[in-house]
Design a protein around this ligand. Structure first.
Ligand code: ADP
Ligand code: MG
Length: 245
């Protein structure tokens, strides 16, 4: 069952045609890696899916509903979550408090009690931390964590909103190879358990070919190829793009 459908998306910046008619679909529980050289249009595509950029043309459909050009907040409310290339947490707050704040931001009625974020749904926050393997560090400030662990906290924060679709733009940037694989294995497991679709960009081919269900290759704003990791690995056009890189 298709959760996200992107149809013929286009975006230019001045004379630069960043995205030139990109289409793909993503099912619930599925991981799609969007790969391609720097400047290919990956981030621009992400930003049009989550509402940060309004497309010049084309449509974004979530569960069959047209969400093209809605505000980021409106799209977030429909169940689209996001993590960032540089993990965003409150460094001086504890791991648990960060997840409590994420839960609080989802629970609009609770804003009245924002001063008492400490008291907000601690058990739910802890359960989310268990899912990402960070419960043992719940009371440490984020500033003390290794970078890979900050990424896990950020993931728990994104899960607080129970997204149907999670967008991860270069989630493993700045991480060691073993950490990258561990993080994306975790994401894959969570996607399966929660029937959550994940669209991610990634430079490590080990992660792409090991963890993605399908791979879409973007070159100069256009989709060069799309298919299973095996099919993409054997695609001669894709090999040409990556040769010499
Ligand atoms: P990727 O994420 O694949 O590296 P981007 O989507 O960031 O690629 O960029 C695609 C192209 O669009 C690049 O040529 C980039 O310089 C250009 N671009 C992206 N964002 C902007 C912007 N806000 N203003 C002008 N040009 C941009
Ligand atoms: Mg990018």
């Amino acid at each position: 069952m298709t959760l996200l459908r992107v149809e013929n998306l286009r975006k230019s910046f001045g004379g630069v045609q960043a995205v030139q008619g990109v289409s793909f679909a993503l099912a619930a529980g599925e991981l799609l890696a969007l790969i391609g050289p720097n400047g290919a249009g990956k981030s621009t595509t992400f930003n049009m899916v989550d509402g940060q950029l309004a497309p010049d043309g084309g449509r974004v459909l979530l569960d069959g509903q047209d969400i093209t050009g809605l505000s980021p907040r409106a799209i977030w409310r429909r169940g689209v979550g996001r993590t960032f290339q540089i993990a965003q947490t409150f460094a001086s707050f504890s791991v648990l408090q960060n997840v409590q704040l994420a839960l609080l931001s989802h629970d609009r009625k609770a804003w009245r009690w924002w001063r008492r974020a400490d008291a907000h749904r601690p058990q739910d926050a802890l359960a989310l931390l268990e899912q990402v393997g960070m419960a043992a560090q719940a009371h440490r400030p984020c500033s003390e964590l290794a970078y890979g662990d900050v990424k896990r906290v950020e993931l728990a924060m994104a899960l607080a909103h129970a997204p149907r679709l999670l967008l991860m733009d270069e989630p493993t940037a700045g991480m060691a190879p073993a950490e990258r694989l561990a993080l994306m294995r975790l994401v894959q497991r969570l996607a399966r358990e929660r029937r959550m679709a994940v669209l991610f960009t990634e430079h490590s081919m080990d992660v792409v070919f090991g963890q993605a269900d399908r791979v879409a290759v973007l070159v100069r704003g256009q989709l060069l190829a799309e298919g299973t990791p095996d099919a993409i690995r054997q695609d001669e056009r894709v090999q040409q793009v990556y040769l010499g890189q």
